[in-house]
Design a protein around this ligand. Structure first.
Ligand code: ADP
Length: 224
């Protein structure tokens, strides 16, 4: 069977995971799976589960593992994931990583590197549409109409957890809990490390040039 890209992209909040994952997913026509977005959709529907998630997220805490793994397992079993997927910001801790490695079987891990200071600056200007498309007031504003998503025309908003105190709390959790995940994956899958402090197109170029060095992926990149 042909090997398909099953990619995990990790890095600090604000590192540009969503932005880069979206570009790669569009290039390869594979789904970009953001756990945060899957959970936020649940919140938007206002289910009791959604309400519990809202409270936890707004405090900058992580959602219980049983729940996130279940959400991910369900998503990866959808037919559109058969030709590959790119998963953004998941798994973030060891409790999520072990089961995820079994049911997701990722084969490439992309790690974005960015200093916390820069991450906080980026997140302060982040605006998103209800479908999860990501913009930045200064670095990546919408091109068609100010304040509205280029792709679906929906109004952009600022996430409730993009406040400085929630961001700092999320970055603390990231450093404490995600570092062991990176070490653990290092022994199991191909790792690509990318410096994320450059502008979006530069980071994307560096990312592609590293992916091209993986033989079974490079043919895929050259086709397009
Ligand atoms: P993450 O998914 O890692 O939290 P995002 O992709 O949502 O990060 O990016 C955070 C914010 O920074 C967004 O507003 C995005 O438009 C902006 N951004 C992403 N990458 C860059 C970059 N290389 N330079 C400047 N701004 C960026």
């Amino acid at each position: 069977m042909k090997k398909v890209p099953r990619i995990v992209i990790l890095g600090p909040q604000g590192g540009g995971k969503g932005t880069q994952a979206d570009r790669l997913a569009r290039r390869w026509h594979i789904p970009h799976i953001s756990t945060g977005q899957l959970l936020r959709d649940e919140m938007a529907r206002g289910t009791s589960l959604g309400q519990r998630i809202t409270t936890t997220m707004n405090r900058g805490r992580l959602i219980p593992v049983r729940l996130t793994n279940e959400v991910m397992r369900r998503r990866l079993s959808q037919p559109d994931c058969r030709l590959g997927w790119i998963c953004d910001g998941y798994p973030r801790n060891m409790a999520q990583a072990r089961p995820f490695a079994r049911f997701g079987r990722p084969n490439v891990l992309i790690v974005l590197h960015l200093l916390d200071q820069a991450a906080v600056r980026r997140l302060a200007g982040r605006r998103v549409c209800p479908q999860g498309h990501v913009y930045h007031l200064r670095y990546d504003p919408p091109k068609k109409r100010r304040g509205y998503c280029d792709r679906d025309g929906l109004r952009l908003w600022q996430r409730d957890d993009d406040t400085p105190s929630a961001i700092r709390q999320r970055l603390r959790i990231y450093h404490r809990e995600t570092a062991p995940v990176l070490r653990w994956f290092r022994k199991r899958v191909m790792i690509i490390s990318v410096e994320a402090r450059w502008p979006i197109p530069t980071v994307y170029r560096h990312l592609l040039s590293q992916l091209k060095r993986i033989p079974w992926l490079s043919s895929r990149l050259q086709q397009k």
